[in-house]
Ligand binder design. Structure first.
Ligand code: PLZ
Length: 443
């Protein structure tokens, strides 16, 4: 059991981590880089212990994955029991109950009380690719509309859907076709001002789809209800329901990519729940299985059942060990009301960051929902010039002080907070003290 306490016993990274990083450089392709080259030896809830005996506070959750806490005992037990029974059969060859049970739970938990079906995969990108396959198959149309600042993955199709060139797409093309991009309803940077963002964005986007793609050629619109990698951008109230309605009117499928925002992170089971948006298809991964690789597409029964038998699958999709972890994680989230806990964490984060913003003019905006909170950094509040170098410097200063932090944003100037939802208030506050100290030392 790891004490939920930050401990710095060596400089960060310590000597054993430095040594391992040298081995990494000699063995791992340089394209796979590490944000904080501290090698983890053990982890529990909000603490990562490294090979030098340092204990770091985790404000990243492995990029929004360990929502139920790292090494959650219920997940560990479920995994151990499943591993002892069997590790793999391939669901497409000889099935097992865990896969079915996960799909049943997804039908209950995802937005909408209509008849649903799911298919399981290994990664978020794979889920998104399959959602596109299903949407094209169901509609007989090709066009897929994605947004500025979107992140949907690193495979060829999802790279095409992801907005940011560096580092995700640079020199990796050519990309898949029939993908169209429209502006995001981004209140902080909407040219007409945040108060006009909802109305203007909706009209502009739907006009663009009409003019450049054509509703009759558009299979689906895919959106992250709260954008993740792109900068924790929360569209204005009313935007998502209106967009979903417009899609429905035009026989265009509305796909919510909740790979990052899902599973209690946003303060609800799913970010769509906040405004009662019911997507035709929803993609999930990350938080679904407490750290085991699992992803899903869930949607209206007729869409998934419309695909010919054998049209969807993969060797490992819905692996039994990952399914056992998912069932334990979902039970834990329900039993411990992690959505409620995410809202409480969000209030604490927002309160602290908002008061920091009174003293630090570099904090241009504090935004987000639940335990998915970010501070967008600028060099000047009037011009909103992005302060990417500052975000990088604060990040580094946090790391040196034993706090695992992440930045995001197409412009690299957004500081994001993604603690595990089991983090204690004490550890959260200590992490915020460290952040504040790191911030003050970097401006
Ligand atoms: N859709 C909304 O956030 C993954 C990517 C980190 P995979 N985001 C973290 C990185 O640099 O690779 C993500 C997401 C949304 C899809 C994905 C893709 O999920 O499990 O990484 O494939």
């Amino acid at each position: 059991m790891i004490e939920q306490k930050r401990i710095l016993s060596t400089p960060i990274p310590g000597p054993r981590s430095v040594e391992l990083q040298q081995r990494k450089t000699a063995a791992v392709g340089a394209g796979v880089s590490t944000g904080l080259p501290v090698y983890v030896e053990q982890a529990r809830d909000g603490i990562l212990r490294d090979v030098d005996g340092n204990q770091l506070i985790d404000f990243g959750s492995g990029i929004a994955v360990t929502n139920v806490g790292n090494g959650n005992p219920a997940v560990v037990k479920a995994v151990q029991q499943q591993v002892e029974r069997f590790t793999h059969t391939c669901f497409m060859v000889t099935p097992y109950e865990g896969y079915v049970a996960v799909c049943e739970r997804l039908a209950e938990l995802t937005p909408g009380d209509h008849e649903k079906r799911s298919a399981l995969f290994n990664s978020g990108a794979e889920a998104v690719e399959n959602a596109v396959k299903i949407a094209r198959h169901a509609t007989g149309k090709d066009g897929i509309v994605a947004f500025d600042h979107a992140y949907h993955g690193r495979t060829n199709l999802t790279m095409a859907m992801t907005a940011k060139n560096m580092p995700y797409k640079h020199r990796f093309g050519p990309f898949a076709g029939e993908l169209y991009r429209v502006p995001m309803a981004y209140p902080y940077r909407w040219p007409g001002g945040p108060e006009h963002c909802e109305k203007e964005a909706f009209s502009y986007i739907t006009d663009q789809i009409h003019a450049q793609v054509g509703e009759e050629s558009t299979a689906a619109v895919i959106i992250e209800p709260i954008q993740g990698e792109g900068g924790f951008i929360v569209p204005p109230k009313g935007f998502l329901p209106r967009l979903a309605d417009w899609c429905r009117e035009h026989d265009i499928l509305f796909i919510a990519d909740e790979v990052q925002s899902g599973f209690c992170r946003s303060g609800d089971w799913f970010a769509c729940d906040d405004e009662g948006v019911v997507p035709d298809l929803i993609t999930t991964a990350k938080g679904i299985a407490g750290g085991m690789p699992l992803a899903a597409v869930t949607g209206r029964a007729e869409l998934l059942d419309g695909v010919h038998p054998g049209g969807l699958g993969g060797t490992y999709g819905g692996n039994p060990v990952a399914c056992a972890a998912a069932l334990a994680s979902m039970d834990f989230m329900a039993e411990h009301d992690l959505a409620g806990r995410a809202r409480a964490i969000g209030e604490r984060l927002t309160g602290r960051l908002t008061s920091m913003a009174e003293r630090f003019p570099q904090i241009g905006e504090v935004r987000g929902r639940g335990a998915m909170i970010a501070a967008e950094l600028v060099t000047d509040r009037e011009t909103k010039e992005p302060a990417a170098a500052l975000a990088g410097a604060v990040n580094k200063a946090c790391h040196e002080r034993g706090l695992v932090t992440l930045t995001c944003g197409t412009l690299g100037n957004v500081f994001r907070f993604l603690p595990p939802l089991t983090i204690t208030d004490e550890l959260l506050d200590e992490g915020l003290d460290v952040f504040e100290e790191a911030f003050a030392a970097s401006v």
